[in-house]
Design a protein around this ligand. Structure first.
Ligand SMILES: NC(=O)c1ccc[n+]([C@@H]2O[C@H](COP(=O)([O-])OP(=O)(O)OC[C@H]3O[C@@H](n4cnc5c(N)ncnc54)[C@H](O)[C@@H]3O)[C@@H](O)[C@H]2O)c1
Ligand SMILES: O=C(O)C1=N[C@H](C(=O)O)CCC1
Length: 247
């Protein structure tokens, strides 16, 4: 039995994780912790899953790493500075591995992988992400990672800069730029998590779309992370790709 704790247990994702951990045959819930509750409640857990808030996750990670508890992190908002801090904490404290994935949906991971594969074949690539309006961060972690993967694939292929004649712009009309790729974030009541990567070249376009219809959709990926995090070859793993044989 893998002993699991959940940070953000009262939240939209955390409450699904609690159900998934309780429902799986090989995992056992030690405790769910939410705001203002004591992290000590998860002591004894082999793995803690964090779906909290970008403002909370770094201190949670520090606590887990210092206490040698493996971490499976779905909370978004990671940038290079945050990742450098996590590496620093891991270097100073033996014992715990960390898996941070911006999206635990298996189909979402495939969508990112397919987008990276397609990227060198098109002049233009832009990303539209659509989420529920309670989301704190924009653009989404998934969109940022997709932009980075697309940019890296284009760079490896020696792609020319994307054409764009815009000289007059209402601020924001062309979206945000992440690794040189335009990202457009929509916040729409009734939606959960959706993304379309739009590619174009002369006479042809390709749109790669992913839709999460509910939050259960993330649970197979979360449980995969819980089962594998302790044995991952690197102390810090980014994305579910290596666990799916995709990188
Ligand atoms: N990686 C993925 O597949 C994936 C999927 C969905 C959401 N997310 C991300 O997960 C995060 C949470 O999303 P959500 O929709 O569940 O949000 P939510 O607001 O519904 O839930 C977050 C919960 O965390 C709690 N919380 C805040 N600070 C805390 C702390 N210090 N300790 C313990 N609990 C704390 C809040 O009270 C809340 O109950 C966001 O960053 C979101 O982008 C990632
Ligand atoms: O609901 C959210 O918030 C989600 N966040 C992740 C992101 O930022 O990419 C994944 C999808 C759901």
């Amino acid at each position: 039995m893998i002993k699991v704790g959940v940070f953000g247990a009262q939240g939209r994702m955390g409450s699904e994780v609690v159900k998934a951990v309780e429902g799986a045959a090989d995992t056992e819930l030690v405790a769910g912790v939410d705001t203002a509750e004591e992290r000590e409640a998860v002591r004894g857990a082999d793995v803690v899953v964090d779906f909290t808030h970008p403002d909370a996750v770094m201190d949670n990670l520090r606590w887990l790493i210092e206490n040698r508890v493996h971490a499976v992190v779905g909370t978004t908002g990671f940038d290079d500075a945050r990742l450098a801090r996590v590496r620093e904490l891991l270097a100073a404290n033996p014992g715990a591995n960390v898996l941070i994935a911006p999206n635990f949906g298996i189909a979402a991971v495939l969508m990112m992988s397919f987008a990276a594969k397609a990227a060198p074949y098109f002049e233009s690539a832009e990303i539209i992400e659509l989420h529920h309006p309670n989301k704190a961060d924009a653009p989404s972690g998934t969109a940022s990672r997709t932009a980075e993967l697309v940019a890296a694939a284009r760079e490896r292929a020696g792609s020319a800069p994307m054409p764009d004649a815009t000289t007059a712009e209402v601020p924001g009309a062309r979206g945000a730029e992440v690794a040189g790729v335009r990202v457009h974030a929509l916040r729409i009541t009734g939606m959960i998590a959706h993304q379309e990567v739009v590619f174009g070249t002369h006479g042809e376009t390709l749109r790669i779309r992913h839709d999460s219809m509910n939050r259960e959709s993330f649970m197979p990926g979360v449980l995969l992370g819980v089962r594998r995090v302790a044995d991952l070859p690197d102390r810090l793993t980014l994305g579910l790709e290596p666990l799916l044989g995709l990188d």
